[in-house]
Design a binder for this molecule. Structure first.
Ligand code: G3P
Length: 219
């Protein structure tokens, strides 16, 4: 399983990229709005930092397939080497995915909450599907089961090349579960990446090595 970072904060993206742990970035309208900067400029800057797929979502106000496809082309044009157009899972969204994939523009179908939605998005030509596990957990359904089911479903059909991006990842247990469930990618907020790095025994081990070394060899 690869890691993408789920943020529009360029400082977090830079830090994660410098550690060599991320292969791409996902954003959404809420994440970009939180940064309070220009939408297109933020995406362009992110694409200049990370050499991998960068998901930029069509604006939440766009609902018609043709409008989403037009906006998707603009997002793709920001950096055709990296940009992936994120499209919400609706009937119009599926049509937009088909229009964009016919032009060779990769798409990420977002807001996936059922296995059937994922299968439909794959058949429409989505390069990625994004099941949201944390938001399912929030309403009392076991989100990881959705990732497992999609992975099993896609593996039954070798002609499906759509990759699964496990999204709405909220904690390190989610990350391990995603890897066991067969997600191709987990898109993880910076805070969760930090939580994954840290372990109290690693920290106390470093302190002990330091104390033992300094006791004999000095500072
Ligand atoms: O990028 C979409 C997704 O990861 C959002 O996560 O925590 O807002 O449900 P969350």
């Amino acid at each position: 399983m690869k890691f993408f970072i789920d943020t529009a904060n360029v400082e977090e993206i830079r830090r994660a990229n410098e550690m060599g742990i991320i292969a791409g970035v996902t954003t959404n309208p809420s994440l970009i709005a939180k940064e309070g900067r220009d939408y297109a400029q933020t995406l362009r800057e992110i694409a200049s930092i990370v050499d991998g797929p960068i998901s930029g979502e069509v604006k939440a106000t766009t609902e018609k397939a043709e409008d989403m496809a037009r906006e998707g082309e603009e997002i793709f044009a920001l950096d055709p080497r990296h940009m992936v157009v994120k499209i919400p899972m609706t009937a119009e969204g599926l049509k937009a995915i088909r229009l964009l994939s016919a032009k060779g523009i990769p798409t990420n179908c977002t807001l996936i909450f059922s296995a059937n939605q994922a299968l439909l998005a794959a058949r429409a030509g989505a390069a990625y599907v994004s099941p949201f596990l944390g938001r399912l957990d929030d309403i009392g359904q076991t989100g990881i089961e959705l990732v497992q089911t999609i992975a099993q479903m896609f593996s039954n059909y070798p002609d499906i090349s759509t990759q699964i991006i496990a999204a709405s990842v909220r904690n390190p247990i989610h990350v391990t579960d995603c890897a066991l469930a067969g997600a191709d990618i987990a898109t993880v907020p910076y805070k969760v990446l930090e939580q994954m790095i840290r372990h109290p025994l690693t920290q106390s081990g470093i302190e002990k090595f330091k104390a033992d070394y300094c006791a004999v060899f000095g500072e």
